[in-house]
Write a protein that binds this ligand. Structure first.
Ligand code: HQG
Length: 180
């Protein structure tokens, strides 16, 4: 993928998860944005791409961050929003164990209050240890937390899985994780 498309892909995360108003678009129910409006909005901030380019970004994105509607007239981020959007995900039974990668410097506070969603809609968890490690690494020296999601599920916590396989939950209390 060329540099312009990589830059646009990062911008898409920002506009479809956090700041659509910055390019003059609004998100509809389910977090969907109109593709034509999005392309026009991107042009305004110097990201001049066409539909074929946008499709390449969606299809080749390493974490499958974006989806088109069936008719490809709408697009949305699959997860990671700070905006209040209802992704209309159904609660499902999680695997018995999930992982969360974080940074050492957050641990004093995580030990007190557990994992909280902070700016995002949910706490993000993954089945994949490598993914968890990469996520933690973004913030400093990594700590890998192994979460007893079987117990959490039995205790009534609701789990959701985004279209791109990220597990989402409201919080993880300290009693449910061990440092792995
Ligand atoms: C930490 C990526 C202090 C939490 C990934 C994390 C993910 C606390 C940071 C997605 C805390 C929030 C999300 C507490 C949690 N005290 N720190 N009580 N509770 N934290 O970026 O999970 O590339 O909002 O451990 O794949 O790191 O964007 O969340 O370190 O799915 O598509 O606060 O981002 O996807 O950071 O990452 P984030 P995250 P994308």
């Amino acid at each position: 993928m060329n540099k312009q498309l990589i830059r646009t892909s990062k911008a898409l995360s920002k506009f479809l998860r956090h700041n659509p108003e910055q390019i003059g678009i609004t998100l509809k129910e389910g977090g969907w944005a109109d593709v034509t409006a999005l392309l026009n909005g991107l042009k305004k901030v110097g990201l001049n791409i066409n539909f074929v380019d946008l499709k390449e970004i969606v299809v080749t994105n390493d974490k499958k961050r974006f989806s088109f509607s069936e008719d490809e007239k709408l697009i949305r981020a699959n997860q990671g929003h700070s905006l209040k959007v209802d992704l209309q995900l159904k609660a499902i039974k999680p695997p018995d164990t999930l992982y969360h990668g974080t940074a050492e410097r957050f641990m004093p506070s995580i030990k007190k209050e557990g994992l909280i969603k902070r700016n995002r809609h949910h706490v993000h968890l993954t089945e994949n240890i490598e993914t968890a490690k990469n996520v933690g690494r973004r913030y400093g020296k990594i700590v890998l937390l192994k979460i007893n999601t079987k117990q959490m599920h039995q205790d009534g916590y609701k789990f959701y899985c985004s279209t791109n396989g990220v597990w989402l939950v409201d919080e993880v209390l300290p009693k449910y994780y061990v440092i792995s």
